[in-house]
Structure formats: structure tokens, C-alpha cells
Design a protein around this ligand. Structure first.
Ligand SMILES: NC(=O)c1ccc[n+]([C@@H]2O[C@H](COP(=O)([O-])OP(=O)(O)OC[C@H]3O[C@@H](n4cnc5c(N)ncnc54)[C@H](OP(=O)(O)O)[C@@H]3O)[C@@H](O)[C@H]2O)c1
Length: 176
């Protein structure tokens, strides 16, 4: 007898670093610099599909030399309303809505899709999310962009408290 297995759907996760007041960014930049958090982000997202807003993608490019591949070994889906926006990098795709981004991500990802900001994209993405990876940075920071309310995610499945570079923070994994 032929056995059919239902293909497993990838889960959707949001990954962000936030201050105690859910601060995310100020004038296009992240308000702190925590090297370990970049390493954590890399470890979690390597080999997966990442969805991000055009502003976050543009700010990410500032960390790379011209022509260097941003976030290597990951597929990046960039959301913009601008139909003329183009990217020259391998494994980077441009779409024009969250719905399109999720659809494309599901075609390319089997296990876990990461939404990595910024504020506008988290706001929409949190409604679709199964899981949150939050780096909670101790302190209050000047900010113009904030992470949405995440009080529906009540179940902490992992918490790892850290201290480095003059910051205290914890890596938190949450489910509903
Ligand atoms: N702390 C963290 O973990 C973290 C992570 C990521 C980002 N950030 C910070 O967050 C800030 C950027 O966030 P942001 O909210 O300003 O921008 P964003 O979410 O990165 O990008 C916003 C852009 O996405 C596009 N967009 C948004 N909604 C859309 C929709 N429904 N359909 C089509 N396109 C849509 C638009 O692009 P167009 O204007 O091109 O149409 C819009 O301007 C920066 O300060 C960054 O450093 C922090």
C-alpha cells in the first residue's frame, strides 16, 4: 500500500533585540552594539529564509563592503512598495507585501522562516508568528521604532541570561 505523508509546514518566527520598553531602533540604527547578539542571530538564522523590510535591508548593507553578499548562507526576502526597487545580490528577493513574502518563503524553506524586522514588518508579522526569539537588553534607550506588544506569547521555552560589552541581556524564546 502506498503511504502518503503530509509535508510539514515551516514555522514562522520573529527574531529581534529589544530594550525594556520594546525599543528597536533610532534613526535607522540599533541603539546598542552587542557582538554576541550578532553571533546569536547568525547561529539561529543560518541556512534559513529571512524576511525583512526595505529599511532594515538598507541599514544592513552599511555593514558590508560594496558588492559583498549580505547575511551569507541565508535567503533574504525584502519587502517594499516600490516596484522599481532592485537588489543585485544572490539569494535576495524583492516582494511587495507580507503575503507575497510568506508565500515565497514557504516555497524556499522547509523548517523555520525568520522575520527580522524592522518595526513595520514585526507589526504585521507578529500576527502570523508561532515563535519569538527576543534578546531583551536591560535598560531604556532613545528610540523611534518599537517592537509590537507580544503579551500573547506567554510561554517562555528558553531563557539565557548574559552579560558582555557593558550590557546585561537575555536570550528569550517564547511561544503562545
Ligand atoms: N533591534 C532589532 O532587532 C532590529 C531589527 C531590525 C530592524 N531594527 C531597526 O528598525 C528600524 C527600521 O524599522 P522600520 O519600521 O523603520 O522599517 P522596516 O520595517 O525595516 O521597513 C519598512 C519598509 O518596508 C516596506 N513595507 C512596510 N510595510 C509594507 C507593506 N505592507 N507592503 C509593502 N511594503 C511594505 C516599505 O518599504 P518602501 O519604503 O521601500 O516602500 C517600508 O518603508 C531601524 O532603526 C533598524 O535599525 C532593529
Amino acid at each position: 500500500m502506498t503511504q502518503f505523508t503530509t509535508p510539514k509546514k515551516p514555522i514562522i518566527s520573529l527574531i529581534a533585540a529589544i530594550g525594556e520598553n520594546r525599543e528597536l531602533g533610532y534613526q535607522g540604527k540599533i541603539p546598542w552594539h552587542i557582538k554576541e547578539d550578532f553571533i546569536y542571530f547568525k547561529k539561529k538564522t543560518l541556512g534559513h529564509v529571512i524576511i525583512m523590510g526595505r529599511k532594515t535591508f538598507d541599514s544592513l548593507l552599511k555593514f558590508y563592503k560594496k558588492g559583498d553578499q549580505p547575511l551569507p548562507k541565508r535567503i533574504i526576502i525584502i519587502i517594499t512598495r516600490n516596484k522599481d526597487y532592485q537588489v543585485i545580490y544572490k539569494d535576495c528577493f524583492v516582494v511587495h507585501s507580507i503575503k507575497q513574502a510568506i508565500q515565497l518563503a514557504k516555497e524556499k524553506e522547509k523548517t523555520e522562516i525568520f522575520i527580522s524586522g524592522g518595526g513595520q514588518i514585526y507589526e504585521k508579522g507578529i500576527k502570523l508568528a508561532d515563535k519569538l526569539y527576543l534578546t531583551i537588553v536591560k535598560g531604556k534607550f532613545k528610540a523611534d521604532t518599537f517592537f509590537p506588544d507580544y503579551s500573547r506569547f506567554k510561554k517562555a521555552i528558553k531563557e539565557d541570561k548574559k552579560e558582555s560589552g557593558g550590557y546585561r541581556y537575555s536570550f528569550l524564546e517564547l511561544k503562545k
